[in-house]
Design a protein around this ligand. Structure first.
Ligand SMILES: Cc1ncc(COP(=O)(O)O)c(C=O)c1O
Length: 454
């Protein structure tokens, strides 16, 4: 077998072709042919892992994700697959994710290819590659390809759904919750104003569990019989609380309520399949927990739901069968979209359940210690079913923005631990803590020690 992987052979071929194309373009047929071949060669490049980059370690056989989660040496080898910044323990990975070195390498290659080929690639081959990436996303979500459209981020997906929802009648109500993403709460309020419907905000307790959350939503449905459209967040960006989406959606469906689900923080943080959620529409991104380059989102529209979401202004879809007509992204980051298959392959080869278990384990390391402290309040899920790797806390009784900022600053400046303040919960501000899979148990200790000495 050749020492040089197929990927690099292709790259070398690519480089040679670039030389040929440049040399032969002055009106020559050879140049044109070379350029055409070049595009094919580039867009064909698969997600295979370039040589000399670390690989994921072999997983011990017959080990559960929960047992593997505790294996520091396994996760230390996983961490070698990432470029880690030095100098501060970064526990703010809820903003966006990190590409593995392999995925980053593919992204660099794709960027070079697109920047070399420009419109020749864009006009002739991008639409096929876009379809391929959308298909890969659909497969990974357990959806059909015609139910998924690529967007730039979860916000684009969810904003389009809200703005283009067309099934309101007089006296209808829209429902959302304090734990929802702040921009989406604002958009729901804007929707209520512009569509002349009533906005209702559900408040969830600072610490809660699946049964209590479901009961609160059912009470809200009973108290507001005209709810027509609701926003449901799978995992809250505030404190990582998991909502029992499938159960709430079942109760909503029984009352004829349409459900938009925000999965921006859940896909990749949790191991799930879109069918399990039983929602009409959902917004995702791949740049948080799937590990794609920044700038890739997805819109899921369940079959049979397109008539209630109008096409993007100016687009037409008379038979309501084309989900992609609900989005008009125009020029976007080609290379990011082309890197999607590599990111999903990497995510799947590590295993979604293993990632979820490791992140939960890292959260439990600090939460179990900190819960014992009399001056700290841990927020979010009280039970395992309601909590993820993402968590949050505040000093007991200190709920203002200034209080939360002061703690975040002390963690950063005195203890070298980076976190972020979150504003939006009805119970007040908090400090969010979000490890990633390349964070070690030892690094989590730095947070615990800091919180013990606050
Ligand atoms: C719960 C939640 N929803 C939506 C978003 C927006 O995601 P994006 O930046 O991909 O638009 C975020 C981002 O932090 C989020 O945490």
């Amino acid at each position: 077998m050749s020492e040089v992987p197929e990927y690099l052979n292709r790259r070398q071929v690519l480089k040679a072709l670039v030389g040929g194309a440049v040399g032969g373009t002055v009106g020559g047929t050879v140049g044109t042919l070379a350029a055409t071949k070049l595009v094919h060669a580039s867009s064909e490049v698969t997600s295979s892992i370039p040589a000399k980059l670390p690989r994921l370690p072999e997983r011990p056989k017959n080990i559960s994700p929960e047992m593997l989660a505790k294996d520091e040496s396994f996760w230390a080898q996983v961490a070698l697959n990432y470029d880690k910044a030095r100098g501060i323990v970064n526990l703010e990975h809820g903003y966006w994710g990190k590409m593995s070195k392999q995925v980053q390498q593919v992204f660099i290659e794709k960027t070079e290819m697109v920047n070399t080929q420009l419109s020749v690639y864009g006009r002739k081959h991008f639409s096929n590659d876009l379809k391929n990436s959308a298909h890969k996303i659909a497969q990974a979500l357990g959806a059909d390809s015609d139910e998924v459209v690529i967007t730039r981020n979860a916000t684009e997906s969810i904003h389009n759904l809200m703005r283009q929802y067309n099934d309101f009648n007089a006296n209808d109500t829209v429902l959302f919750a304090d734990i929802d993403y702040p921009s989406f709460k604002e958009t729901m309020r804007w929707l209520a104003k512009t569509q002349h419907v009533k906005p209702v905000e559900v408040t969830l307790p600072a610490q809660t569990n699946q049964a209590e959350i479901l009961n609160l939503y059912i009470t809200a449905f009973d108290e507001n019989p005209n709810v027509k459209l609701m926003l449901l967040t799978h995992v809250s960006n505030q404190h990582g609380l998991i909502l029992p989406v499938a159960d709430i959606a079942k109760a909503a469906k029984a009352r004829g309520i349409d459900v938009i689900c925000d999965c921006a923080q859940s896909w990749g943080l949790l191991d799930f399949n879109i069918a399990e959620l039983n929602v009409d529409w959902a917004g995702f991104n791949l740049h948080k927990w799937i590990g794609s380059p920044v700038g890739v989102g997805a819109l899921y529209m369940k079959k049979g739901t397109l008539d209630k979401i109008s096409p993007y202004p100016g687009e037409t879809d008379p038979t309501n069968t084309l989900a992609h007509k609900r989005v008009h992204t125009a020029t976007s980051n080609f290379a990011s979209i082309l890197t999607v298959p590599a990111a999903i392959d990497f995510h799947q080869s590590l295993g979604a359940a293993n990632k979820e278990a490791r992140l939960r384990y890292l959260r439990n390391l600090w939460v179990e210690e900190v819960k014992k402290l009399p001056n700290i309040e841990v927020l979010g899920g009280e039970d395992d079913a309601s909590s993820t790797g993402m968590g949050a806390f505040r000093t007991k009784g200190k709920v203002s923005l200034d209080d939360a900022k002061m703690i975040q600053q002390r963690l950063e400046n005195e203890f070298n631990v980076f976190t972020v303040v979150r504003v939006g919960l009805a119970s007040g501000c908090c400090i969010r803590v979000t490890p990633q899979i390349f964070i070690s148990a030892e690094e989590m200790k730095q947070l615990t020690l800091a919180l013990k000495s606050l």
